[in-house]
Design a protein around this ligand. Structure first.
Ligand code: 3H9
Length: 657
């Protein structure tokens, strides 16, 4: 066996006449210029050496190839391009087999598609996540995948960007076999030696039922919410059946380049990298998190149940605590019912649910928490209730156990100060329903020990959450920005915009729901109670809109009472003339002559309000980065990811400011 280095990140060795080429470009073997150059050099080597019967391409480490190097996007291109490398692989005179050892994503999957055969290891995964980055596959994916697996499955995979495992890839015909044995790929080469090579680009796209194609396309477009890439991806896959490979590839490449240079793609790349850097604080470098296996959850209402379910699914033991035996029974039932729902919707297997239930205990006695490594409180958001609880917990849990508060608005430093060890207190602000919502604000309190913060972050990650670290301020990052955004929306309503107009503008921008609809869903009474609490300390010079108070005084607390900003009494959301009159009266009482607002003005002012509050959070050191703020707004408040978040918009579009 002789080893050859084709580039910094591509090496090869010949064994039994097969050149095994390994891509080793940590952390995910992304296809950098060096990888592309190395692959061409490897193919040149194989072409030049008569003793080489064929080539196997594989990846070092856990990944096959994670895709094009996203960091190269937007930089001057360095040859060869990936389509050139892929064309060389597909047209190569000797068999080229992909031995897919891990994730083959985007351009990685496209390399595999261009090979003459594909053997998946058990840990292999396949996906074309380009639409999640606001682009379409740009190296033949939309043209080759339908040739291998048919247009219906290709539309589903490329349009959704989802990742599939080896078994599904085998069932779809994406791979030729599943094997961990390195000899399998080499054996395939020998088996291919006699027959003509199966070049994917030369295969005719299988004919599919037009209704099934239409249904697959519709499903993708229904989720696209105004984004360009999914529709383009669907168009290109359909095109593969209508034109020859060359024309299809040319259209795909032009579309890829156009989208890659779009604001939408830049926004989604920003989100991608923001997610990867979230929760990575320099101050935590080298700090080992504590072991968390047993988690206490005080309060099993909606929030406590969601946290319990997420924690159980992550494999931890959960001890729920309620005040009475009856409430404990009901709490356990609620948690079991939520797990059942996940089984019914196919998100969880019955076996995993059973294992979760076996790790669950709900007690009426807080002393059961003596065994916990971490206790999260999810009780009523009241300072006295929470401080008393923490004082009690302090005497029950082990000295090294961590105490976390799920408060949304209270000052966790005050809660921590009530304990003997404030350094073990941290905030874990989950969003409801906590088993579904991805965001967790991890609150670094005044006295929180570094390893406690590191442990809280590691725990949130274990739950599959996106953890964003923030400092202590009223409402943390998300609710503080939300308050500013909500005030701005109410100012505009008082000045002449209708709530339904504000909502329509936000929905047209990409929010799943406008702010007044969201408020109705969440209920108006909690914010009302807060406003009443704050009345005495409010700056009398600051603008205060009373319309929401008038709604609450009229018993309109939102959807659950049938009326709020809208009327829901018929089951549908409708504009209520009573609210329109109430708003008109509020304007008249202040002597405001209503004026017209355009959609652009509404959205522009709301984005600016969010970004201004975000800038204040950065200046105060509450948020570590603009990217963190964007992630909070995207994952907790429906901000459209393809716009990048309010800070990204303010930074790049500028018009919002
Ligand atoms: C594409 O392929 C276009 C083509 O069709 C056409 C081209 C012509 N590039 O996620 P992790 C970094 S578009 C550069 O925590 P994991 C990431 O920033 C691409 N860097 O790891 C992080 O860096 P850091 C289509 C990348 O083990 C580190 O790797 N492909 C890339 O949890 C670890 O990342 C995709 O969209 C990249 N492509 O998951 C796949 N990928 O340590 C995107 C990752 O400095 N990647 N990094 O923070 C993933 O989904 C996951 O990273 C993966 C590993 C599943 C591979």
């Amino acid at each position: 066996m002789s080893a050859t280095r084709f580039s910094e990140s591509v090496t090869g060795s010949i064994k039994d006449s097969v050149l095994v080429v390994t891509i080793d470009n940590p952390p995910v073997n992304a296809i950098s210029a060096d990888v592309r150059q190395g692959l061409i050099a490897a193919l040149d080597h194989a072409a030049a050496h008569g003793m080489v019967a064929g080539v196997v391409i594989t990846g070092a480490g856990r990944t096959f190839v994670g895709g094009a190097d996203i960091k190269e996007f937007g930089k001057p291109p360095v040859g060869p391009t990936l389509p050139e490398v892929i064309d060389r692989i597909e047209s190569f005179s000797k068999p080229v087999i992909a031995a897919i050892n891990g994730a083959a994503l985007g351009g990685g999957c496209e390399i595999a598609l261009a090979c003459h055969g594909r053997i998946a290891g058990e840990k292999a995964a396949f996906g074309m996540p380009e639409v999640k980055l606001g682009i379409v596959p740009g190296a033949g994916g939309t043209q080759r995948l339908p040739r291998l697996i048919g247009p219906v499955a290709a539309i589903d995979l490329i349009g959704s960007g989802r990742t599939i495992r080896a078994e599904e890839a085998l069932a779809l015909g994406l791979v030729d076999g599943v094997s961990e044995d390195p000899a399998t790929a080499a054996a395939l080469i020998r088996a291919m030696a006699a027959a003509p090579l199966r070049r994917t680009g030369m295969i005719a796209v299988p004919v599919a039922d037009p209704l099934a194609v239409e249904a697959a396309a519709k499903k993708v477009l229904a989720k696209a919410r105004g984004q360009a890439a999914p529709a383009e991806a669907v168009r290109l896959v359909r095109l593969a059946g209508d034109v020859d490979l060359k024309s299809g590839l040319a259209d795909e490449r032009a579309t890829f380049i156009r989208l890659r240079d779009s604001q939408e793609a830049a926004a989604l790349r920003h989100v991608f990298f923001a997610e990867r850097s979230a929760g990575k604080a320099d101050k935590l470098e080298g700090i080992a998190p504590r072991k968390i296996e047993t988690v206490g959850i005080v309060g099993t209402g909606l929030m406590g149940t969601g946290i319990a379910v997420a924690t159980l699914i992550a494999g931890c033991r959960v001890i729920g605590v309620e005040q009475t035996a009856d409430a404990a029974v009901k709490g356990r039932e609620r948690i079991a019912a939520t797990l059942d729902k996940s089984v019914q919707s196919g998100r969880l297997s019955a076996a995993v649910r059973d294992a979760c239930l076996a790790r669950l205990e709900v007690a009426a006695d807080a002393n059961a928490l003596a065994a916990a490594d971490l206790v999260i409180e999810a009780v009523f958001d009241d300072l006295t209730v929470k401080t008393e609880l923490f004082q009690r917990l302090d005497g029950i849990v082990r000295p090294d156990a961590i105490l976390a508060t799920n408060t949304s608005y209270l000052d966790p430093d005050l809660i921590a100060a009530a304990t003997a060890r404030p350094d073990r207190v941290v905030g874990l602000h989950f969003f409801s329903p906590a088993n579904i919502m991805r965001l967790v604000e991890v609150v670094d309190c005044k006295a929180t020990a570094r390893d406690v913060l590191a442990s809280a972050l590691a725990f949130a990650k274990r739950l599959g959450k996106l953890a964003v670290v923030c400092g202590v301020t009223e409402g943390f990052i998300g609710n503080r920005i939300y308050s500013a955004y909500r005030s701005e929306a109410e100012y505009m309503v008082e000045d002449g915009a209708q709530p339904e107009q504000v909502d329509a503008a936000l929905e047209a921008y990409g929010f799943p729901m406008g702010i007044f609809t969201v408020n109705d869903m969440a209920g108006l009474e909690i914010a009302w109670a807060r406003r009443k609490r704050q009345a005495a300390t409010r700056d009398p010079g600051a603008r205060y809109v009373e319309i929401a108070d008038r709604l609450c005084e009229a018993g309109r607390f939102g959807r659950k009472t049938g009326k709020g900003w809208y009327d829901y009494s018929t089951g549908d959301k409708v504009v209520d003339p009573e609210v329109t009159a109430l708003i008109a009266a509020a304007r008249a009482a202040r002597g405001i002559a209503p004026r017209n607002f355009s959609r652009e003005e509404i959205v522009g002012r709301l984005l600016k309000a969010m970004a201004d509050e975000g800038k204040a959070l950065l200046a105060e050191g509450i948020a570590a980065s603009a990217g963190d703020i964007d992630l909070v707004m995207i994952n907790g408040y429906g901000f459209p990811a393809h716009k990048g978040g309010p800070m990204f918009v303010a930074e790049t579009v500028g018009k919002a400011a």
